[in-house]
Design a protein around this ligand. Structure first.
Ligand SMILES: Nc1ncnc2c1ncn2[C@@H]1O[C@H](COP(=O)(O)OP(=O)(O)OP(=O)(O)O)[C@@H](O)[C@H]1O
Ligand SMILES: Nc1ncnc2c1ncn2[C@@H]1O[C@H](COP(=O)(O)OP(=O)(O)OP(=O)(O)O)[C@@H](O)[C@H]1O
Ligand SMILES: [Mg+2]
Ligand SMILES: [Mg+2]
Lengths: 173, 159, 173, 159
């Protein structure tokens, strides 16, 4: 039990810094996981700290909304590298990101999606979804009998479309 | 492996039988507010064994199309996910339905107990206990802001 | 005390439906505040329910992320109509909104900002901030001595610029 | 009336004295992630009397530029807000500063007690108790999702 815990913890804490650097596209970014009790980490807590690119070490709750999102994704992907699920489903993770951070995150996802995982994302932002291989468009459709609004689905395969800006900025199918 | 196709029957805002897919390496779900995007994520979580409270409903029977407004389209709803192993081309079809308020699980059409269902999911790398691959709407920042003890518990569950 | 409570409650519950209709730009939208105990509302809870445009009456937790944001803004503006503060400060309230809802909310804000309140918003989306009368641009600036990143401010007065799309889509000053 | 100009001195990521404004009827604050937008909102809340926990710090002294990394730029920080009554052209300057860990309040340069300060703010319609005009990052949905009892308490405070 102890061995398994340590193997998992050591794997993720070795990977987290490299993943955060490549997600933030900046070598000065740093991330580390530290047990509060080094001898027996499973007895106490494990702290997570990130140094945002260009900034100094400071407590995690000092980070801005966008900086926290990037730090969270780094941890998510580091955990995945230890225990790879076949796919991710991410619902509007880009809500707090500015366009610079969106293109960094999308760049990372496109690199990874080719090799070791499948990405299913929900997004409202063209800067994010225009790089996908396929779009699933959901649109509301009035059901006449019940007077209720239901959902209809249309799927677009984009794998043969060159990666350009696809949609007018309202991006709705 | 990966998710190939999803089939939803009378699940939340999806009336009747609707097929979604095929999913590629990087698939984006888009559409206006309230159109049903997060409901589709709920369908994926549901078929993998997620419980009602994380599907934004109080009871499983509220997942049936029209149930929250007292006009259920049917007495059951069902979601199937076709998982594909790209190396061998093998496919497995996982299905979960709700009849009344209880769940029924099937693998390739055969009814199975929930233990067999979750063991088969674990074999392909899906551990619903730790759910590290699902991020619900508005939850992404919380992954980084857990307290130290919660983080230890997370590693505990993974190992 | 009871009179004051009732005056406040009645004012807001009379206004909420009209504000929600004009925010959603749709007469089929409905919003109402209902006391659980009609004789003595201050003793029990007050429920808030919204019927999103085109949909039927359903519990509030059935609404989607974007629908909840619009419902919340309607309540905020209805409360303001009873007790008008001189200005609002809203930090990225557009995070869950699609472009259609952003233009509805911005339209409402532009109408109100002329007459009865001052709006200060923080936003990452050009669809939102390009309609403002003035932009305050914050940019990070490296302080050489400390090696720390600080904030610098620049202010642009747009009241003489015609209301068009001002920025390239990454909109950062 | 309305907010005309804000002046921040060594407050959070703002080093030295910086003047922001003039604010118009509809002013947008823009800039990249981590640049200091929410810090500017914290400056407005701070000068109106907000407490440390809603300013994302544990102690008031952490508001001083550089304090969270152990390199405070000064032993104090200060924010002033100039409020203008457009009908009469009158201006009032509200200021709050932190020296060490205690607050000092001024109206038009004169030191006043906190009671006089909040009474003067109430006169222009700013009630820090109910704060119905400030929406912090990530909190907008919560306004609609309060439970019924919390909503009654909110009306109680307003009346
Ligand atoms: N059982 C059900 N039957 C019919 N409609 C339902 C059912 N459950 C939920 N809905 C409807 O589905 C809609 C919400 O869909 P969902 O949360 O997926 O939206 P979304 O596309 O994610 O929007 P957003 O972009 O705002 O997050 C609601 O309007 C709700 O009324
Ligand atoms: N006392 C302080 N001294 C110096 N810097 C500080 C201080 N307090 C906070 N900061 C820095 O301010 C930055 C956060 O700024 P803020 O939260 O305003 O960003 P933001 O512009 O709102 O970003 P986002 O768009 O991601 O929400 C952090 O990087 C933090 O380290
Ligand atoms: Mg959603
Ligand atoms: Mg912010």
């Amino acid at each position: 039990r102890f061995e398994r815990f340590m193997r998992c913890f050591e794997h993720v804490s070795n990977k987290i810094d490299e993943i955060y650097k490549s997600l933030a596209r900046n070598q000065s970014a740093q991330a580390f996981l530290g047990p509060e009790n080094a001898e027996e980490p499973y007895l106490e807590g494990i702290s997570y700290n990130c140094v945002a690119p260009g900034k100094r070490f400071r407590p995690m709750d000092n980070l801005s909304g966008g900086e926290k999102t990037v730090a969270a994704l780094a941890l998510l992907f580091a955990i995945h590298s230890f225990q790879p699920a076949p796919f991710f489903v991410l619902d509007e993770i880009d809500a707090a990101l500015d366009n610079t951070n969106i293109s960094k995150v999308v760049g990372y996802i496109c690199e990874q999606a080719k090799s070791n995982f499948q990405m299913i994302v929900i997004s409202l932002k063209e800067e994010f979804f225009s790089h996908a291989d396929a779009l699933v468009g959901i649109y509301p459709d009035l059901e006449v009998t019940e007077g209720m609004v239901g959902s209809q689905v249309v799927t677009l395969d984009l794998s043969n479309v060159p990666d350009t800006h696809l949609m007018p900025s309202d991006g709705v199918v | 492996g990966r998710l190939k196709v999803l089939e939803v029957v009378n699940f939340k805002s999806y009336k009747g039988r609707q097929v979604v897919g095929p999913f590629k390496n990087f698939t984006a779900i888009i559409g206006p507010n309230g159109s049903g995007k997060s409901n589709l994520m709920d369908a994926i979580s549901f078929v993998l064994g997620e419980r009602a409270s994380n599907l934004r409903v109080k009871r499983l029977s509220d997942l049936i199309h029209g149930a929250p407004v007292g006009k259920p389209a049917s007495n059951k709803c069902e979601v199937s996910a076709v998982y594909e192993d790209p190396d061998t081309g093998d496919e497995i079809r996982f299905s979960r339905s709700v009849i009344g308020n209880t769940s029924e699980y099937r693998i390739n059409g055969r009814v199975v107990k929930v233990e067999e269902y979750s063991t088969a999911l674990e074999k392909i790398g899906i551990l619903m206990k730790s759910k590290n691959f699902l991020v619900y709407q508005g939850q992404v920042e919380n992954i980084a802001m857990k307290n130290a003890k919660e983080r230890t518990a997370m590693f505990e569950e993974m190992s």
